[in-house]
Design a protein around this ligand. Structure first.
Ligand code: GTP
Ligand code: SPV
Ligand code: MN
Length: 601
């Protein structure tokens, strides 16, 4: 590739997964001409390349070496303190018309936006290396799998993408040399990591993403929220499949009967923990396995919904993770892990609020400042994260590579609600379930910048991730339902009900197995249910509480429906639908009226 100026950086023959596809070469040439890097590095995802990039990152303080005896082959990255989470206010969907982006997305006009971004990218990589990352999302032999190329000037992005995606030759091979093949163009540049020049822009019609001014997580690992969800949801609608913010887990009974469940919870609301659940002792012989912890791509086969996890690793919330709450996560992050914004101990180990063991007397906080238990600041940032390969997970499902995916028996929607929403309830049918998902709400968390703890509607946990008009998205869900002969049963859950003193009323984590068991029973048609205006409720008699120390009054409280609270909730549903300005399908408006009518029966 001598005709690409400047020189291609291929030390010792590594970094050479170079496609011959003309459309990719033209695009790299164009971006290189614009950004003016010193070198171009074609990433191949190999072990050698990884070692080389880690070495360089250590030299440049992009990574900090950890105590290799305590956490082998693991490193700490400290992001810029102004850059610690997704930025929804600077995230744009750039469709030709504002209507296509819909009422829930920030829209900006594609032509103007390209011009603005080109202005920002001009010369942005001078004196730096431009990395080209070829990757695929999805198992190599899945019909759903997508090819992406990400250009970035951040080594941290390359190192994380290697964990989060299947990277290198596998992508180049899958792309082939058809210049018209479908592939995603992702361009990322750190610029000067200035929040005023931070934009995450999606061009669904062009299958393109441009992200500038950030170096953190979902803003820059373009495979994840940008491709697998925002662009993914757009492609899914036009191509007749679904791209959802859902974990996928397998649950096997002692008799060996297995079901798969997909669950949509908003950011930092428990997906990774639920996906890695270890059943309590009482559930002897039950086993939960992880297919995915954040994103599900689903297609219809023989009238049934099948799901694949497009990712190859986990980008998970660190604080609160310990051997009691999530042993599988603890084992997964014990080695070969990149930590972002956790605390560093005096002996080179990582630490965070809620980690097992003795409280620390001293550490360096996520910014690198001295920290003691008296410090006002948290030692680890509330949105500190681990990046770890899914292969590290002891509970990885054996069918995670299966191209056709796993058959989904149940879909669960859940948010963080301190009141109103019961521990679990079941929709009467698919369309009612779509209504349940469309009207779900959750308290905001540290996963995105902005206020934390405010209840907001977050339909299907996709509010920040739906790449087109939310009304069309609701209709897509209804249309999918019409094509299913054996649709998954749909449930709502809430692990986060609080008592008057602000304490959680439900133990959560592994104990959520008790709820999952009822969900499986309902799918098999064996579990009892109490009919209520909002759906089937779990009666205290059908909830297995053996070996759980819980006050029975509290159980009744979290399982029940308070009519006054729900009158308010239904008013909020109406307000939300009204706020969308007429895009909500009639069927969902009717569903709301039906719930209201059932309360009057
Ligand atoms: P994203 O990676 O942002 O999409 O988050 P997530 O949905 O995967 O959430 P995760 O499982 O990482 O949990 C987020 C926070 O919620 C952590 O601090 C957990 O400790 C906490 N959490 C998870 N499950 C439960 C639960 O069942 N009960 C309670 N009380 N807290 C939980
Ligand atoms: C989320 O916010 O849902 C995440 C973390 O999974 S990030 O990749 O930063 O979006
Ligand atoms: Mn997520």
């Amino acid at each position: 590739m001598k005709n690409i100026a400047p020189a291609i950086f291929s030390p010792n023959g590594i970094g050479d997964a170079m496609p011959q596809n003309q459309s990719v070469l033209d695009w790299v040439r164009e971006i290189a001409a614009l950004t003016q890097p010193e070198n171009i590095f074609w990433c191949d995802g190999s072990e050698r390349e990884n070692e080389f990039l880690i070495e360089e990152s250590l030299k440049q303080n992009v990574l900090i070496e950890l105590n290799q005896k305590k956490v082998p082959r693991s490193y700490l990255h400290r992001s810029n303190p102004n850059d610690v989470a997704r930025v929804e206010q600077f995230t744009f969907v750039c469709t030709p018309t504002k209507e296509e982006a819909g009422p829930t997305n920030n829209w900006s006009e594609p032509k103007e936006t390209y011009a603005k971004l080109r202005g920002l990218l001009k010369g942005a990589m001078r004196g730096r290396t431009l990395f080209v990352i070829p990757y695929i999302m999805g198992p190599p032999d899945s019909p759903l799998t997508k090819v992406g190329f990400e250009i970035t000037d951040s080594k941290y992005v390359v190192l994380n993408m290697r964990i989060m995606t299947r990277m290198g030759e596998v992508a180049v091979k899958r792309l082939g040399d058809d210049p018209n093949a479908e592939w995603n163009r992702g361009v990322h540049s750190l610029l000067d990591v200035n929040p005023e020049r931070r934009f995450i822009c999606h061009f669904p019609q062009d299958n393109a993403i441009i992200s500038v001014g950030s170096g953190y997580g979902g803003n820059v690992l373009l495979s994840k929220k940008c491709l697998a969800l925002r662009i993914g949801s757009y492609l899914a609608r036009t191509q007749g499949w679904m791209a959802e913010h859902m974990l996928i887990l397998g649950v096997e009974s002692p008799e060996g009967k297995k079901h798969y469940v997909a669950a949509a919870f908003p950011s930092a609301c428990g997906k990774t923990n639920f996906a890695m659940l270890i059943p309590p002792k009482h559930f002897k012989g039950w086993k939960v396995t992880t297919v995915g912890d954040d994103i599900a791509w689903m297609q219809i086969r023989d009238g049934q919904l099948y799901a694949v996890n497009p990712e190859n690793g986990y980008f998970g919330v660190v604080p609160g993770t310990n051997y009691k709450s999530n042993p599988n996560a603890m084992k997964s992050i014990a080695h070969d892990t990149i930590y972002t914004n956790v605390a560093l101990t005096d002996d080179g180990d990582v630490w965070w609020e809620g980690k097992d063991g003795k409280p620390l007397a001293h550490a360096f906080d996520w910014r690198g400042n001295d920290w003691t238990p008296d410090s006002k600041e948290k030692a680890a940032h509330p949105n500190s994260r681990f990046t770890t390969p899914m292969r590290n997970n002891p509970a990885l499902d054996p069918d995670v590579e299966k191209g056709e995916g796993v058959p989904i028996s149940a879909i669960i929607f859940g948010g963080r609600r301190s009141d109103t929403v019961p521990l679990v309830y079941q929709a009467f049918d698919w369309n009612h379930g779509v209504y349940l998902g469309a009207t779900m709400a959750s308290e905001t968390t540290a996963a995105a910048t902005g206020a934390v703890g405010q209840v907001r509607r977050d339909p299907m946990a996709m509010l920040p991730f739906c790449g087109y008009n939310i009304g069309d998205y609701f209709q897509h869900w209804l249309d999918i339902g019409k094509r299913l002969t054996d649709p998954p049963r749909i449930f709502g859950v809430n692990w986060f009900r609080k008592g008057v003193k602000g304490q959680f009323l439900w133990r959560g984590f592994g104990e959520n197995m008790r709820v999952l068991k009822w969900i499986i029973d309902r799918c098999e048609g064996t579990g009892g249910g109490l009919k209520s205006p909002i759906g089937w409720l779990l009666s205290p008699h059908d909830l297995d509480l053996a070996e759980l120390d819980i006050d029975h009054k509290c159980v009744a409280e979290i399982l029940g429906v308070d009519h006054e609270e729900w009158a308010k909730e239904l008013a909020e549903h109406k307000k939300f639908f009204d706020s969308l300005g007429g895009v909500v399908p009639d069927e969902l408006l009717k569903q709301r009226e039906r719930v209201a009518a059932r309360f009057k029966e």
